[in-house]
Design a protein around this ligand. Structure first.
Ligand SMILES: [Zn+2]
Length: 259
């Protein structure tokens, strides 16, 4: 794969990254960032808004909602997101936005105001999402949000391979909370999925490897050295791609789609 060529192809592309909790949005965002796209996270731009303009009504609402731990309303989220995405750096380099939209109203507005190129849905078996977090010790980098676990162990225990940040188990990573979160994520995604499908910009990218397809062993997810088989949502079994495998799949997909 010619990475320089792919960077040229991807320049200026506007992409939303969608997936259930634990589907690897953070990792895929890093892959896309490596192609020159700006990574815009919802939390990040909300903090930016508060820092730049702390006394505005919008910022006060963000601070209040954060303190209460509730979900930000569309009235707060939409103007902040649209404002950020219409700034020059985003228009020139292109961007990858994750954590947005959360509601159908947000999806409708972003479709109306922004000429999106792609909504990329990371399709990962639910059984793995739960196992990967709860049974196999998922930890996240406090600086760049990259995730590690018994499947993808960091080279040095407790330290992020990518930025050297500290790895911590998230307090929200319990079985009950993960199940709840998956269910509510699914409801959210189903509420707006058809809008993007109808526009022809929705693409689902599976992490699974079909049947007994021959594939380089180094690209498969392993658990303590053995190829891992996950239960799929339809009750079957499948091998999964690992970090490198998914990056390759994403890059190949983008090349095919936009070249
Ligand atoms: Zn990191």
């Amino acid at each position: 794969m010619d990475l320089e060529r792919l960077k040229q192809i991807m320049k200026g592309k506007k992409i939303l990254l969608v997936g259930l909790k634990g589907s690897g949005k953070g990792n895929r965002a890093q892959d896309l960032k490596a192609l020159g796209l700006l990574h815009i996270g919802l939390g990040m731009i909300m903090r930016e808004q508060v820092r730049k303009d702390p006394d505005s009504e919008l910022s006060k609402q963000i601070i209040e909602t954060t303190e209460q731990g509730t979900l930000l309303s569309d009235e707060v989220v939409i103007p902040v997101v649209l404002n950020r995405l219409s700034q020059r750096d985003c228009l020139e380099s292109g961007f990858i936005l994750d954590g947005f939209p959360r509601t159908r109203a947000q999806a409708e507005l972003v479709l109306d105001k922004i000429d999106l190129d792609l909504v990329l849905y990371l399709d990962v078996p639910k059984a793995f999402l739960i196992d990967g977090v709860v049974r196999y010790n998922r930890q996240a980098c406090i600086k760049c949000a990259a995730c590690f676990s018994d499947f993808d162990m960091p080279k040095v225990e407790g330290v992020c391979d990518k930025c050297g940040g500290k790895l911590e188990r998230r307090k929200s990573d319990t079985l009950e909370l993960i199940q709840k979160r998956i269910q509510s994520d699914e409801e959210q995604i189903n509420s707006f999925r058809s809008l993007f499908e109808d526009k022809g910009i929705w693409s689902a990218l599976p992490i699974t490897v079909e049947g007994d397809a021959v594939i380089d062993d180094t690209l498969l997810k392993k658990l303590k050295g053995e190829v891992y088989w996950a239960e799929t949502d339809d009750g079957g079994k499948a091998r999964l791609l690992n970090y490198d495998g998914m990056r390759e799949r994403v890059y190949e997909f983008l090349e095919k789609k936009f070249a």
